[in-house]
Design a protein around this ligand. Structure first.
Ligand SMILES: *Cc1c(COP(=O)(O)O)cnc(C)c1O
Length: 388
């Protein structure tokens, strides 16, 4: 495996053939495993002998996915979880305790904001949200009790780009860890660990599966950290189903080509949106007009498939665009080969208070498109219907 390129690893890494020598990855749909005898059962349970025991701990199909994803992120280890949110929760539960503190960017996936802002405080874990991407603001928010710095880059839905290398330094200077939600880029476009991050989080539900079929998540990084996440997972239970692992494994095989093609479509769409008089602003890191264009060029191999834009005329105008779509799916999911459109203020970010939403820059006219594999011309025609 060593020496293989990313494209090859995406197709080949992690597979161990069974006694039947199957060509495609096997799906082990079993919740438990049989032992040769009582002594082996005891040895497996005590950990004296390696091997599968019960699917809440390990399952070979899940292991294959973990090994493939670790190879792609260039991580020592990967632990798969039931969903992206399970990956974030398990990371916090495994590495933090009451009284400790998180520094996070303000613009985060809605449920992550909800978890950090409203759920974790009940367990004595506080989060400081940083409104701007500037490294100094992050540094100023650090406390002696800060354990994690958590960012998404590019962020959802405004595609703000955060400087992974600089923020790794801020975290490490304070004895904290940098955690990067790499959902929007996937390892095909960005490798946070190589830039100094300690852990990478994935919602495999999105681009890793890539066809909108299953929920899944993952945490990648050094074994000393992922081992703690695994210990939490095997006790608490938000682990990935073998069936979902198998679907995501097959999704990874086309990751590289999908990300390239969907990014190219997104760039074309973003450039077109910028020419439209109905559009006040386009957020896409591949546009020279994006305030962190240079950083995105340096940190990512392409700008990704998420484009957001503000239409003039607020919620009414935004909803008109959505309601006139016949091709783009009106759904909050993203990362699919089918393009999707959503109005963040009333959907993904609807549970956040209007003040917090405004602080995050998510206005009533904002729309987010996750660009798929349809032709950009057809997407433009679809959007134009509701703009006129
Ligand atoms: C969807 C998403 C999540 C949560 O993942 P689930 O699989 O839905 O639990 C986390 N972060 C980002 C950036 C996402 O888009």
């Amino acid at each position: 495996m060593s020496g293989w390129s990313f494209e090859t690893l995406a197709v080949r890494a992690g597979q161990e053939r069974s006694q039947f020598n199957e060509h495609s990855e096997a799906l082990y749909l079993t919740s438990s495993f049989v032992f040769e005898n009582a002594a082996q059962a005891a040895a497996r349970f005590s950990g004296e002998e390696e091997g599968n025991v019960y699917a809440r701990f390990t399952n070979p199909t899940v292991t294959a996915l973990q090994d493939r994803l670790a190879a792609l992120e260039d991580a020592e280890c990967c632990v798969a979880t039931a969903s992206g949110m399970a990956a974030i929760l398990s990371t916090v539960m495994a590495l933090m305790k009451s009284g400790e503190h998180i520094v996070a960017s303000r613009s985060l996936f809605g449920a992550t904001q909800q978890m950090f802002g409203n759920v974790l405080p009940r367990f004595g874990i506080e989060t400081s949200f940083v409104d701007e991407g500037s490294v100094d603001r992050f540094r100023a928010a650090m406390r002696p009790s800060t354990r994690l710095v958590f960012i998404e880059t590019p962020s959802n839905p405004l595609t703000e780009v955060f400087d992974i290398a600089a923020l790794a330094e801020v975290a490490h200077d304070a004895g904290a860890l940098l955690v990067v939600d790499n959902c929007f880029c996937t390892p095909a476009l960005q490798r946070p660990l190589a830039l100094g991050a300690d852990l990478v989080i994935h919602s495999a539900t999105k681009f890793l599966d890539g066809q909108g079929r299953v929920l899944g998540g993952a945490v990648c990084g050094a074994k000393v950290l992922t081992e703690e996440v695994f210990k939490f997972l095997r006790t608490a239970g938000p682990c990935l189903s073998p069936f979902n692992a198998w679907v995501i494994l097959k999704g990874l095989e086309t990751l590289s080509v999908r990300m390239k093609a969907q990014s190219a479509n997104a760039l074309e769409l973003a450039q077109w949106l910028e020419t439209r008089p109905e559009v006040a602003r386009v957020h896409y890191p591949g546009l020279v007009s994006h305030s962190q264009y240079e950083l995105a060029q340096r940190q990512q191999s392409s700008a990704g498939a998420i484009v957001s834009f503000e239409v003039k005329g607020g919620r009414e105008a935004a909803w008109r665009v959505v309601d006139n779509c016949r091709l783009l799916s009106i759904t909050a999911n993203l990362g699919d080969t089918k393009s999707t459109i959503t109005h963040p203020a009333s959907t993904t970010h609807g549970r956040i208070s209007p003040e917090a939403r405004l602080a995050s820059g998510i206005g009533e006219g904002l729309l987010r498109i996750a660009v798929g594999l349809e032709s950009p011309a057809d997407l433009q025609a679809d959007l134009l219907r509701g703009m006129a």
